[in-house]
Design a binder for this molecule. Structure first.
Ligand code: ZN
Length: 230
């Protein structure tokens, strides 16, 4: 990521890394400075505060990073392969090795990809935890081919979306289970059949998107709400 940064944003990234190493800020909060620079302008914690020049520089960097990552995954979530942008599915920059346990890779492009809000949330709550091994697929690993791990069929008509996954490797099976793909199969079907539910699910996704890194319990509640309605 630093290769894409100009002098100003590079200084911010280096500064944040130093603060993480020193233990004065958490990796998740440092990431928020990059992902939500508008908020960082008003940050109360001095280590997380940026100035107007840095704001503009971080915004430009964010666009460059997103473009680069998008080009790698052909507009689909790196894990579930659903098309990004459909049914309000927003683009989430995803840390393959989770931020909290692997803060040294927080700004490393090789550790970044794009994931849909469902995979992003489920992974952070069921994979990126201490003492859990990271045994799911790594979309950035060398010579990675999705089809060697998971086959999927996705048929979409105007009123019906049918989605089914068949894991065919150990990592594929772990991905299917840990990222709750069964749930995605159900969400896809139910939201395609019922526009009202689809609308509510999309609004929940949008609200979850707006929450800060620290609002874990509210995120958990809202995603459970989405499960309940689908
Ligand atoms: Zn996904």
């Amino acid at each position: 990521m630093k290769k894409l940064a100009d002098k100003t944003s590079l200084k911010v990234l280096n500064r944040l890394e130093r603060y993480i190493s020193a233990g004065s800020i958490k990796a998740g909060d440092a990431w928020d400075v990059f992902s939500r620079p508008d908020k960082a302008l008003e940050a109360k914690v001095k280590e997380l505060k940026i100035n107007a020049l840095e704001l503009e520089s971080l915004k430009k960097l964010k666009v460059l990073v997103k473009d680069k990552l998008k080009s790698r995954i052909s507009g689909r979530c790196a894990y579930c392969k659903r098309v990004m942008g459909q049914h309000g599915m927003s683009w989430h920059i995803e840390h393959i090795k989770g931020k909290t346990l692997n803060p040294q890779f927080i700004f490393d492009m090789e550790n970044l990809t794009f994931a849909c809000i469902d995979c992003n949330y489920t992974k952070s709550s069921s994979v990126d935890k201490p003492n859990l091994s990271h045994e799911i697929i790594n979309p950035n690993s060398k010579a990675f081919q999705y089809s060697k791990h998971i086959k999927f069929i996705h048929i979409a008509t105007e009123n019906l979306h049918y989605l089914r996954y068949s894991p065919i490797s150990t990592e594929g099976t772990a991905t299917y289970t840990k990222l709750a793909f069964k749930r995605l199969e159900l969400i896809e079907l139910v939201t395609s059949l019922n526009p009202v539910i689809r609308d509510i699910a999309t609004r929940i996704d949008t609200r979850v998107d707006d929450l800060d890194e620290s609002d874990d319990s509210l995120k958990e509640f809202m995603m459970a709400l989405k499960d309940a309605i689908t």
